[in-house]
Design a protein around this ligand. Structure first.
Ligand code: PLP
Length: 388
């Protein structure tokens, strides 16, 4: 055990069950531990380093901005923030963007915007947010309440009131719950990431969107994990043929720097006014410069490659010994294994491949530009770990 692991265990709050590996450097989809052992990174910091570790183009964009101004209060205009908001709106059709620092904060803002919209439009009693069972929306007290998994709630009561959880796929049940609870919004992930890479049924998502539009209930899509090219579309909702009122995102947006964003559609574009919300670091120029470099590279051809790579991995793993199935879209994949997922991940790590778990699945979220040659090598290691 190196000193760093011991120091970490002694002084860092024990909220993470860390693997016994210290990552010290890397390039692209290859990272090295403290002993110089190399790994293929199939997790990208849980879907964060969209172009891998220390990507040249991203690094140049970030360091150029670092040399100009690393932070400025939101009381002043800064270029990266304005340009990033413009790109996000132009690429999605959304109208305005609020910047924050994380996924949970993006969802907090989305919820505040929905509640204010509904309170002004329909009355103060229209505050409930319907989310889905098995969802994950973050770890603040409000986003925990939004998260439809009881085990996260247990020791943190009372959570923010005003959240109910519908059964994913049950359109009539979702509608009934939303009406009965006087919902301000329905919030969902198109693919439940932490819930085990569970892809929502397209008809269900479209049914919820149509119902929300009809009832003037807002549709919030949580794209924290699925967003920014991860599923082979810029945002996963674009695969489902729906137009949300609010989109929250984070993780891959900054390419490795903390940045969250809430995209506000037509109906809610002006709902948040001065003083309604804010964040000291939100829209930080360095993070936004990193995000601009990420988004500028996520063009149609690149996204088609993400989809192709995803299909390639799916085909390679589906039907392999010890693999029960592969779920997901693009480079957000969940592998249902015969062996416990944690055991497979451990074997992969020993053999130089870093994977994640999500519930009972091995979860793969590699960098979006992972070379096919590394994907091949990683798939071979994963297959062997599932089989032996
Ligand atoms: N929403 C979804 C769908 C997520 O997957 C996550 C994190 O895994 C969050 C929200 C919370 O994001 P953060 O950890 O950046 O607060």
């Amino acid at each position: 055990m190196s000193d760093i692991k011991a120091i970490d265990r002694e002084y860092v709050a024990g909220t993470y069950a860390r693997f016994p590996v210290q990552i010290v450097s890397g390039k692209g989809s290859l990272v090295r531990d403290e002993n110089g052992k190399e790994y293929i990174d199939m997790g990208s910091g849980i879907g964060v380093t969209a172009f891998g570790v220390a990507d040249d183009e991203w690094q140049a964009a970030v360091t150029a901005q670092l040399g100009k101004v690393q932070h400025m209060s939101n009381l002043y205009y800064t270029e990266p923030c304005a340009l990033l908001a413009k790109v996000l709106c132009e690429r999605t059709g959304m109208k305005k963007v609020f910047f924050c620092n994380s996924g949970a904060e993006a969802n907090e803002c989305a919820i505040k915007a929905a509640r204010k919209y509904a309170a002004e439009k329909k009355g103060a009693e229209y505050y409930t947010i319907v989310t889905l069972q098995n969802s994950f929306h973050g770890r603040t007290l409000t986003t925990l309440a939004a998260t439809g998994q009881e085990h996260y709630h247990e020791l943190f009561q009372p959570l923010t009131p005003g959240f109910v959880h519908a059964k994913a796929g049950d359109l009539e049940g979702t509608k009934a719950l939303a009406l009965e609870q006087k919902a301000a919004a329905v919030m969902l992930e198109c693919i439940q990431g932490e819930g085990g890479v569970v892809v929502m049924d397209r008809d269900y998502v479209q049914g919820v969107a149509a119902f929300c539009a009809e009832q003037d209930i807002l549709l919030i899509v949580d794209e924290v994990q699925t967003g920014n090219g991860r599923t082979g579309a810029l945002y996963a909702y674009q695969n489902f043929g729906v137009t949300p009122d609010i989109v929250s995102t984070a993780k891959g947006l900054g390419g490795g720097l903390p940045l969250g964003a809430v995209l506000l559609g037509e109906k809610v574009q002006n709902v948040l006014g001065p003083g309604d919300h804010g964040s000291t670091f939100g829209g930080n120029p360095v993070c936004c410069a990193g995000a601009l470099s990420v988004l500028n590279r996520l063009d149609g051809a690149f996204l088609a490659e993400v989809r192709a790579k995803g299909e390639y991995v799916k085909a390679a793993l589906a039907g392999a010994e010890g693999v029960e199935g592969v779920s997901g879209l693009g480079l957000m994949l969940g592998v249902k294994t015969v062996k416990p997922a944690a055991e497979v991940v451990k074997t992969c790590m020993e053999n130089g491949v870093l994977c994640l778990t999500a519930k009972d699945k091995v979860r793969l979220l590699p960098a979006l530009n992972i070379p096919t040659e590394l994907l091949d090598r990683a798939v071979a290691v994963i297959k062997a770990a599932c089989a032996d």
